[in-house]
Design a protein around this ligand. Structure first.
Ligand code: BDP
Length: 728
């Protein structure tokens, strides 16, 4: 991604001394060899010679006029990629006289206007890559109806080279059914990042708008390369200051950098902003003065950012202000904002992650209970954004029962890429596998086959708007995401947002090839390691459907003993309900009946102790300690078995990685190895602490052959982490 400039910088200093020059050269070589992960998957290092020879003819000439900033960006990327991968710069020509590339839209490139490459009916930002005969030459055409599509096509073409795919007879047609593929940054104006484990916020608000960090461009390139086309710059726990003129000017500067890359900027709106920065006495959405304030504010925002996407709102949740403070509904609040941005083509994304001060009998039920009655009451430019599960980004959750239950309201998905509940950045957990599991879940609404993915892409209910959002894991760390393998989660999120039907395993393979190596001896074991990593974390943290048993507040490490405090549903004991008889949350008819929020066939399955998938056993059922699980082991033994299996899997992962040193540069190799060690230690900590705690209820011995916890329960309970990252 970046030119290494150390060598050049040395020369003037030591011009005269030969030995120092030699030292300089040595430093340069070292820096060229060391990799810190900054380049992400856009690591255009030279391909092996035989591969270069295969690709060289196809890229010898280039017909690509660049009448727009997006096309300039696309051409820059193409040249950068070819230069790096093939050490070749194609000759820019008006007509090909040898084989080469023809790139653009029918408007930008007259040759494409003359070719029939199948652009009719292609959705916005879609593209094709095809072989054609032009001027007696075989060329590769990368074409789209719009400039962003061309940029995406270029990234796709480069990916083919990066992953060493055969180029014979290319016939790619790609478009996304998900209109908004967006990152949600939980970034505060002081640059701390809520639930961020990769340094500080990339947005250097203090120096904006005058100084534009080059990283903003690299951020945009990385996102465009996977089809992400929207970014919410600010935290959902919003600060009204971000809507004041100086901050709008700063946001506009970022929007300007992102625009050529097809990325639209959104901001979070604090519901009480009219009071806090507008001097009004109320933020009641029924108040005409408040409505006018938001209309004026929207007009102001669009003056700064003409293609502003709209507002993302967290309201009446975890103490955030909202319409319910004034006796109004979520729809009243959302519609007021929707009316304000409507004249400018903006949208409002209203989050369904709500839970009020009055505690329901089961927090899992609240979003459904509050939102289903509002179906059909939202303006046509409102989307409701729903977390993947009903509790909160747990290592594993069943899909949220709202998916499929609001046929008249476009629902957006909210995944969490940052690993708040999954061991932070140092645990290697490939989330692609989990996203895929959720997207493929069948809601049975209105009928079998209505998967979450099909609800989201609008095909089930014909939604006018479609969106998938991910809470970003990006910060100022050189490697962007806090760990090399965290980049895979950003990557997989983007690829699945583009096409929710993709296989997470294929995505992992693509990413490994681009990020590390195409060598099958490396790719195969690493992909296998990634694919089992999610199951591993579930095993050592929350096996069999346990959830929300992390340390209080920061969510770091085990805390199944957490109890007391302001709200029952902020404790662990509320969720696991362990007692002398058994463990688990009874969400069936005899309990909270949350299960009834699912379509009848799903409810029947989840609600039946015999049929519930074992991965959700304790999510839906309170189960006796001696209940016989599918393995034949009783529940207690099965829990111990799974906790232990989780730790063992991490050890296997370490073993796999140890054998791979020859394929990776030392710097990245060592960081991954060190983090796996941390993960192993913490997995063991999770296992031991959980077993020590739950044993006080089960009062059963560990099954034969399983090691007892290393320390006493009191020891685990005594651990405190007041400065754990991400918690503010
Ligand atoms: C929880 C986080 C909290 C977020 C909240 C949300 O702990 O920091 O503000 O979700 O999504 O997972 O609003």
């Amino acid at each position: 991604m970046m030119a290494r400039s150390l060598g050049g910088g040395c020369a003037p200093l030591f011009r005269s001394t030969l030995s120092l020059l030699a030292l300089c050269a040595a430093l340069f070589m070292q820096s060229a060899a060391a990799e810190d992960g900054y380049e992400l998957w856009l690591r255009y290092h030279p391909l092996p010679a035989e591969q270069r020879a295969l690709y060289a003819p196809a890229t010898s000439q280039l017909v690509m006029p660049t009448p727009s900033p997006t096309l300039v960006a696309a051409k820059d990327e193409l040249l950068r990629g070819l230069n790096g991968l093939l050490s070749q710069r194609p000759a820019s020509v008006e007509r090909v006289s040898a084989s080469g590339l023809i790139v653009g839209t029918p408007q930008s490139n007259p040759q494409i206007a003359r070719l029939d490459v199948g652009l009719k009916g292609l959705a916005a930002q879609g593209y094709v890559i095809r072989h054609r005969r032009v001027d007696d030459q075989t060329v590769v055409v990368i074409a789209a109806n719009d400039d962003v599509g061309v940029l995406y096509g270029v990234f796709h073409f480069l990916r083919l080279l990066q992953t060493q795919q055969p180029l014979g007879n290319l016939n790619v047609t790609e478009s996304s059914r998900i209109q908004l593929r967006m990152l949600n940054h939980w970034d505060n104006l002081d640059r701390t990042v809520e639930r961020g484990y990769s340094g500080f916020s990339l947005w250097d608000w203090h120096k904006l708008p005058d100084y534009l960090d080059p990283r903003y461009t690299d951020y945009a390139r990385a996102n465009a390369s996977i089809g992400i086309n929207a970014t919410v710059l600010t935290n959902v726990n919003a600060n009204a200051t971000s809507l004041t003129a100086p901050y709008l000017e700063k946001a506009a500067a970022l929007a300007k950098v992102f625009r050529p890359y097809g990325i639209r900027v959104f901001l979070t709106a604090r519901f009480s902003a009219p009071v806090e920065i507008g001097g009004l006495k109320t933020a009641d959405p029924a108040d005409p003065g408040v409505q006018q304030w938001w209309k004026d504010k929207a007009a102001e925002v669009y003056k700064y950012i003409p293609d502003f996407g709209g507002f993302l709102v967290k309201a009446n949740s975890e103490g955030q202000p909202g319409p319910q403070d004034y006796g109004r509904t979520h729809a009243d609040g959302a519609n007021m904002l929707a009316d304000a941005v409507k004249p400018f083509g903006g949208i409002v994304i209203w989050r369904a992650f709500v839970y009020s001060h009055e505690q329901p009998d089961d927090r899992a039920k609240q979003a459904y209970d509050e939102f289903v009655p509002l179906d059909g009451k939202f303006r046509d430019n409102v989307l409701v954004q729903v977390k993947n599960g009903a509790i909160d980004f747990q290592p594993r959750e069943p899909f949220h029962p709202l998916f499929g239950a609001m046929p008249k309201t476009p629902l957006a998905m909210e995944f969490q890429i940052t690993k708040e509940y999954l061991g932070f950045a140092t645990h290697l957990v490939y989330l692609g596998a989990f996203y895929e599991e959720v997207l493929r879940s069948d809601t049975y609404r209105p009928r079998q086959g209505s998967t979450v993915a099909k609800v989201l892409d609008g095909s089930v209910n014909n939604y006018a708007h479609t969106a998938i959002a991910g809470v970003a894991n990006i910060g100022t760390d050189r490697n962007w995401s806090g760990a090399q393998f965290e980049q895979a989660n950003w990557y997989a999120f983007g690829r699945l947002a583009w096409n929710p039907m993709l296989s997470s395993k294929d995505i992992a393979e693509e990413w490994v090839r681009m990020t590390f190596s195409n060598d099958p001896q490396f790719v195969k074991p690493v992909v296998a390691m990634m694919m089992k990593s999610h199951e591993a974390v579930v095993d050592y943290m929350t096996p069999l459907g346990l959830h929300h048993v992390m340390g209080r507040g920061h969510h770091y490490g085990p805390g199944p003993w957490v109890e007391g405090g302001p709200r029952a549903d902020w404790t662990s004991v509320y969720y696991h309900r362990a007692d002398a008889q058994g463990i688990g949350f009874n969400r069936t008819k005899t309990g909270s009946n949350a299960v009834a929020q699912y379509a009848p066939p799903v409810a029947a399955q989840f609600g039946d102790l015999k049929r519930v998938p074992e991965q959700f056993l304790l999510w839906f059922h309170h189960v006796p300690w001696d209940y016989r699980t599918q393995s034949g082991r009783i529940l207690w033994d099965e829990l111990v078995y799974r906790y232990t299996r989780g730790v063992d899997t991490v050890r296997e992962m370490e073993g796999t990685w140890q054998g791979l040193a020859p394929f990776v540069d030392a710097e990245r190799y060592q960081q991954v190895a060190a983090f796996l060690k941390i993960q192993e230690n913490e997995a063991k900590w999770w296992r031991d602490a959980s077993i020590a705690y739950f044993q006080t209820f089960s009062k059963r011995p560990l099954p034969a052959g399983f090691a007892p916890p290393e320390h006493s329960l009191d020891y685990y309970k005594s651990l405190e982490f007041p400065y754990a990252p991400g918690h503010h």
